[in-house]
Design a protein around this ligand. Structure first.
Ligand code: SF4
Length: 395
């Protein structure tokens, strides 16, 4: 039987490197044509040696980097090649990440015609001085212009990314960005706390004392405000950082969180199937050279142990509203999760039997077991790392 794979294409090009970013990308845009040929080569090699039992693509995601730096013709060429060698259902979700500062309005209708049916706009903030602080190349006028242009081009499934917990950001500023995002009425909104990654200019600034990070208590307040406002506006929180109108949850990400297999094409892209994770080299030139020589662009691989797989099932399961499917756990790992986790559940103060996930439980408990799934309550979300650690201790 065919396995359903999520397909991820990493587009490692940006016009400029943002101070907080640790994704692999380069500003050497002249390499794009060579890179695209290598991506198609990598796809064909995968199709020539398919996984035993075959495969079909359930969703496709162009991430980056800045995929909207590609012209519609370039996107079309790769999609044609994907369709030529693989099976992609007509209704598959095909997302393109777009930067409002690198989104040619004239390109949008052509992307739509090429088969892109979902746009993920990296908005981050609706305040210009915050965008400047993040060294983004766009401003708030670009966001509004590109959002309207995307609607006119026929995109009826648009996601906006927002970042909170910027240094010196106030709760009022965060509320302003949320209100503006809600006002545009996208189908999906993601909100992420700013993470300070080692090796980024932002991290260096913090360690030199030139900047201050956002206070933890304020971060928590911002998160809760975002959750409350988005839910009040009719978005359902289906993952810790993700909110969607009914039926507009990101299918690609859900597949990934459910532990489904995925194939990543492009430099630094990761893949996972049947307990094995492998990834490509983190360098465009080395990646292209390998593919041009008919070799793999492998950067490394690992076979996940049973304990690692169980830890990932906890980590990914608890991020989702539906939580950890206890029956699926039993089938996959041949053990009863309630018995396995009993010590952790006890030390965490027990588990609600019926409280809805991601909502306040009157008892203040962190976990709920409604409908055969172990999930976080609203209190539990705020202690996600702690709850995961407690469950790991039982493995
Ligand atoms: S545009 Fe996105 S991927 Fe590129 S540097 Fe900025 S944050 Fe990173």
């Amino acid at each position: 039987m065919n396995s359903a794979y999520g397909l991820y294409i990493h587009v490692p090009f940006c016009r400029h490197k943002c101070i907080y970013c640790d994704f692999y990308s380069t500003t050497h845009l002249a390499d794009i044509p060579r890179y695209l040929n290598a991506v198609m080569q990598e796809w064909e090699s995968f199709c020539l040696n398919p996984p035993s039992g075959g495969f079909a693509i359930s969703s496709l995601y162009w991430g980056g980097g800045t995929p909207s730096l590609l012209t519609p013709r370039q996107v079309q060429r790769v999609l044609d090649r994907i369709h030529q060698h693989g099976t992609v259902p007509a209704d598959a979700e095909i997302t393109l990440e777009a930067n409002p500062g690198a989104l040619d309005d004239a390109h949008l209708a052509a992307y739509r015609r090429a088969g892109i049916n979902r746009l993920s706009l990296g908005v981050q903030s609706f305040i210009d001085h915050e965008l400047e602080f993040l060294t983004r190349i766009h401003n708030t006028a670009d966001v509004r212009r590109s959002f309207s242009a995307a609607r006119r081009a026929g995109f009826d499934n648009i996601s906006l990314d927002l970042i909170f917990a910027l240094p010196r950001q106030t709760v009022a500023e965060w509320k302003h960005s949320l209100l503006q995002a809600i006002d545009l009425a996208p189908e999906h909104i993601s909100m992420y706390g700013l993470t300070i990654e080692k090796g980024t200019p932002l991290h260096d600034g913090l360690t030199r004392g030139a900047r201050v990070s956002c206070d933890e208590e304020v971060q928590r307040e911002m998160y809760l405000l975002g959750k409350e406002m988005l839910e009040a506006a009719g978005y359902t929180q289906y993952e810790i950082s993700n909110f969607a109108r009914p039926g507009r949850e990101a299918r690609h990400n859900q597949h990934y969180w459910a532990g489904g297999p995925y194939l990543g094409l492009g430099p630094a892209a990761h893949s996972f199937a049947e307990g094995r994770r492998w990834w490509n080299v983190r360098d465009v030139q080395t990646y292209c050279r390998a593919l041009e020589n008919g070799e793999k662009a492998a950067g490394g691989e690992e076979i996940l142990s049973r304990d690692q797989l169980r830890a990932e099932a906890i980590l990914l399961g608890l991020r989702r509203r539906r939580g950890i499917d206890l029956a699926a756990w039993e089938r996959t790992f041949a053990e009863t999760p309630r018995a396995l986790f009993s010590a952790a559940l006890e030390s965490l103060g027990g588990c609600e039997q019926q409280a809805p996930p991601f909502q306040d439980a009157p008892s203040g408990r962190l976990l709920t077991c409604a409908a055969g799934h172990l999930a976080l309550t609203a209190h539990g979300i705020l202690l996600y790392d702690y709850v995961c650690r407690k469950l790991y201790e039982c493995l």
